[in-house]
Design a protein around this ligand. Sequence first.
Ligand code: ZN
Length: 245
Amino acid sequence: MPGPVRSEAIVLRSLRYGEADRILHLYTPHHGRVGAIAKGVRRARSRFGGRLEPFFRLRLILHQGRGELLTVTAADTVNGHPRLREDALALDAAARACDAVARLFETSEAHPGVFNLLCHELALLDGDPAAATRANALAFRLKLLLAAGLAPQLGACASCGEGEHLVGFSGAAGGVVCAACEAGSFPLDEEAHSFMVAALARPLTEAPAGEGAPLGQVERAIAATLEHHAHVQLIPAASGVQSAR
Ligand SMILES: [Zn+2]
C-alpha cells in the first residue's frame, strides 16, 4: 500500500501502546484488515479526540511507516455509534461481530462487501440496541460466510444432490445432507434449515427471528463449515443473556 492512503475504516480493536499511543486493528473496504498506529492519542489535546475507539466508522488518512503498521495522520468520524455504547448487549454484539470479521478476514485482500456488512450490522445495533439477539448475530455470520465464498449448500444434499429428506448438516460436505448421506453429519431440523435459507436471502434488517434449539443447530452448522473450510474458530455468537432474548 503506497501511502498516503485515504480510506474509510471500522475500528475492530484499539490497544494502548507506550505512553500515549494506540495500535488500531482496522477493517477497510479496499485494503482488508490493516494495522495502524496513532501517536499521541491519549494526550489531553490530541487532535484525534476520542474517536479511535472500537466500533467507530472513520475516514482516515494513513501513511506508510517503518514496519508493518501504517500511521494514522487524520481521522474524521463517519459514525461513532453512540447509542450502541449505552447498551451492554448491543456493545457485546458489536464486539462479537468485529471479532468474527477479524478472524475470518485477516489479510489485506479487498472485501468491500464485508466492510459494508459490518457497517450495516453496527448501524443496526446502534439504531435499535434490542436488535442484539442471537438470531441477528447468526444471520450476520451466515452473510460473512457468503462473503468469504463459504456459503453452505442448502437447496439439495451437498453430497449426492438429493432434493428431499434433508436431515443433517455436514461441514465436510459443505451443506445439508440427505438421510442416505448423513454419516458424519449432525441433525438439522426444518426450523434451523429455514432460518439459514431466509437469513442468507434477506437483508440483515429483515433477518428471521429464531430461538433456542434451532439456533443452536445453526451456530453448529456455521462452526462446522468454518472449521472444515477455513480452519477458523469463532467465539460464541451471543452471550447467555442475548441467547435468551
Ligand atoms: Zn445425499
